[in-house]
Design a protein around this ligand. Structure first.
Ligand code: NAD
Length: 477
């Protein structure tokens, strides 16, 4: 790598377009959510900048798509190695812009390295569907062209690598837009990738929501891979229809955890806590509704609250912090609004419910004791440290309540009777269900949502970034 670490991780940020660092006239201030101070200015790309990026990606596609997949694998693997080389710098910057404490930053950056390296080993195989003496029918997979990747602010690097690596491996080129709240790590990844990948193969453009919309409308973009809220996902699908883009949408969730009556409340409290509050509950598959059997409800609630009291809420750069701030002001206000609504309806807080003094978007862990099923704290995705704990008495009832949601992303079931727990898991209408564990992902565990939690699958090989092509040959000529 020719640039020095210091020269890359300076506090200057530019887009990466066609192998060059490109500045913009206008910029976006990026805020540290722990103190609300401006950390840096990020580019605010115009439509013209986007056109340049798409043009570069389209040009680069000609050669990139024809390279043998083994060669593309070497490039993607080197990208993983480069993230590893800059692991420390990425973790520090991630904590600064996203707010997450060190263990969460390690999880994300370490995961990004692992994903890039593992996806680099994946291959697209030609399938022979039928073969006779004089005829052969084969199924091939061909790249789509330019992939527009649009990512959120909760796991900015990891969720981008989940898109970049398989899209490139399948022979596509990429234009990626990070969230305007957390563009910095991705802009640095663009600079680093510049030293590794052929020009135009990976373009990183930073801008506001309108830039996302322009990508989805762009006639030269063949596919959108989007992770974000269900509300935005619907807009993405609508504007992607202009040229019938392929879409993968990874959207919101309102995951349940169902706790059976045979568990030991004390033993399980810590895992249940982190199932909900990891990454400050800003996790698409965080437990957002915790259903506990009435026989052990009081004991589980008590243990959960006791454990929660041991976890420090504070700046991510403080090594004692377990839970950082909410990432941005809009989300902070949304969580406060849900807390206020929960108070207004008279529901009881077993813990929290107050907001810490500013500066910083801090909200203490808030646990609500058996609020009404139809209350907003139960039916809406808080995406912050506000958890309703709910009492149930029989399994049919809890499954019906769990599935009574527009979302269907993930969920978990906890019980010593593993067969019983698995039986309930199968009845949840969600893309992933964990039994006696949670938040385990891998580059080869297909991940996607049912209902309004999404369309398409990630981590399911490279096929999601291809067209299928049937080639039939009359062998006799
Ligand atoms: P968001 O939908 O507000 O924004 C996501 C991205 O879309 C950002 O880059 C944003 O600038 C861009 N965008 C906004 N409007 C757009 C438009 N009209 N067209 C195209 N792009 C547009 O989501 P967020 O607040 O950044 O993230 C939180 C949400 O993401 C939560 O709902 C969470 O559950 C979801 N999420 C889902 C997954 C998953 O894998 N299913 C993972 C992480 C987060």
């Amino acid at each position: 790598m020719s640039k020095t670490k210091i020269s890359i991780f300076n506090n200057v940020y530019s887009n990466t377009i066609n192998g060059k660092s490109v500045t913009t006239e206008d910029s976006i201030n990026v805020i540290n959510p722990a103190n609300e101070k401006v950390i840096a200015s990020a580019p605010n790309a115009t439509k013209k900048d986007l056109d340049e990026a798409v043009k570069a990606a389209k040009n680069a596609f000609k050669e990139w798509s024809r390279k043998p997949i083994e060669e593309r694998g070497k490039y993607v693997s080197r990208l993983g190695e480069a993230i590893e080389e800059y692991q420390e710098e990425f973790m520090n910057l991630l904590t600064l812009e996203q707010g997450k404490p060190r263990p969460d930053a390690e999880w994300e950056v370490g995961g990004s390295v692992y994903w890039a390296k593992e996806i680099a080993k994946q291959r697209l195989k030609v399938e022979v569907i039928e073969e006779t003496d004089d005829h052969i029918v084969e199924k091939h997979y061909t790249p789509l062209g330019v992939v527009g990747a649009i990512t959120p602010w909760n796991f900015p690097i990891l969720l981008s690598v989940w898109k970049i690596a398989p899209a490139l491996m399948a022979g596509n080129t990429v234009v990626l837009k990070p969230s305007p709240y957390t563009p910095l790590c991705l802009l640095k990844l663009g600079e680093i990738a510049n030293e590794i990948l052929p020009k135009g193969v990976l373009n990183i453009v930073s801008g506001g929501n309108e830039l996302g919309q322009w990508i989805t409308e762009h006639p030269e973009v063949s596919k959108i891979s989007f992770t974000g809220s269900s509300a935005t996902g619907k807009k993405v699908m609508k504007s992607s229809a202009s040229n019938l883009k392929r879409v993968t949408l990874e959207l919101g969730g309102n995951d349940v955890a169902i706790v059976l009556p045979d568990v030991d409340p004390k033993a399980i409290a810590k895992e249940l806590f982190w199932a909900s509050f990891q990454n400050n509950a800003q996790f698409c598959v965080a437990t957002k509704r915790l259903y506990v059997h009435e026989d052990i409800y009081d004991a589980v609630l008590h243990e959960l609250v006791e454990f929660a009291k041991t976890v420090k809420v504070g700046s991510g750069s403080d090594p004692d912090t377990g839970i950082g701030p909410i990432q941005n002001q809009m989300q902070y206000e949304r969580v406060i609004e849900l807390i206020e609504d929960t108070k207004k309806i008279g529901a009881k807080f077993a813990l929290g419910g107050q907001v810490k003094e500013k500066p910083g978007y801090f909200i203490p862990v808030s646990i609500v004791d058996n609020p009404p099923e139809e209350s907003r704290v139960v039916t809406e995705e808080a995406f912050g440290p506000l958890l309703p704990v709910l009492k149930y008495s029989d399994y049919d009832e809890v499954i019906e309540r769990a599935n009574n949601s527009i979302y269907g992303l993930g969920g978990s079931v906890w019980g010593n009777d593993v067969e019983q727990a698995k039986d309930l898991a199968k009845r949840l209408d969600t893309g992933t269900v964990w039994v006696n564990e949670v938040h385990i992902f891998a580059p080869n565990y297909p991940f996607g949502g049912h209902k309004q939690s999404g369309i398409g699958i990630e981590n399911a090989g490279l096929v999601e970034y291809t067209n299928s092509q049937i080639i039939m040959v009359n062998k006799k000529g």
